[in-house]
Write a protein that binds this ligand. Structure first.
Ligand SMILES: O=C(O)COP(=O)(O)O
Ligand SMILES: [Mg+2]
Length: 219
């Protein structure tokens, strides 16, 4: 699988950086502003991976609002969430063990790397910079970069286009069914990590070619 690869697309939250603490801080500060009940970290973990709008909506519904009420609150919640996230971004999060080794090994093989996350692109760029990971990537794309987000294959296809590589020669590295499904549909080989956020579902059930316990196993 690794032999004829030209590039890799690497997910951010749950794959390279454990950002649950940042999400917890920003989301609960937002809910507090709005007078809505807090969400436990274990529940937030199951809501991450489908972008910020989905996270906010899930938290509002979890706190007892019905669908219409949640929709009404969403614009203000989004404004406040953005401002809190900018404050906390990177402060309560850590690079997972093996990430630097894995990325270094992929680069040493001559692969070009792109980061593709469902979190907003600016948040992603700031976080990669703060954690010393930005230099590995020629491209960074977020949930607001394309018309659709993972698990749709479009962001992967667009990223392959930007990298100038064929999907079959571009490895997806992720932590959730969003990454696995998007990769399968795009025609990219896919490796998933066993430690990330997968909505509370076993990662082995997500489409994958290989499961790894650390990015260092890509070496
Ligand atoms: O939902 C998010 O914001 C994080 O998503 P990611 O796993 O694609 O980085
Ligand atoms: Mg992820």
């Amino acid at each position: 699988m690794m032999g004829d690869l030209h590039a890799a697309i690497v997910d951010l939250d749950g794959t390279m950086v454990d950002t649950l603490g940042d999400f917890d801080a920003a989301l609960n500060a937002t809910l507090k502003d709005l007078g809505r009940p807090a969400v436990a970290r274990a529940d937030i973990e199951h809501m991450i991976g489908k972008g910020s709008a989905h996270l906010i909506r899930s938290a509002l519904l979890h706190g007892g609002l019905d669908v219409q009420a949640a929709e009404r609150v969403q614009p203000e919640a989004w404004e406040r969430y953005q401002s809190h996230y900018l404050t906390f971004n990177g402060q309560h999060s850590e690079v997972y063990p093996g990430v630097i080794e894995g990325l270094t090994a992929l680069r040493a093989r001559g692969l070009t790397l792109a980061c593709l996350t469902n979190k907003p692109r600016d948040f992603a760029r700031t976080l990669l910079q703060a954690k010393g990971l930005a230099g590995f990537f020629t491209h960074v794309f977020g949930g607001d970069s394309f018309e659709r987000t993972k698990p749709d294959p479009l962001p992967l296809l667009k990223t392959c286009e930007a990298l100038g590589t064929l999907p079959a020669r571009t490895l997806m590295v992720g932590d959730s069914q969003n990454d696995g499904m998007a990769a399968r549909a795009a025609g990219c080989p896919v490796v998933l990590v066993t430690y990330g956020y997968n909505h509370g579902d076993p990662i082995a059930q997500a489409p994958h070619d290989r499961l790894i316990g650390s990015l260092a196993e890509l070496a």
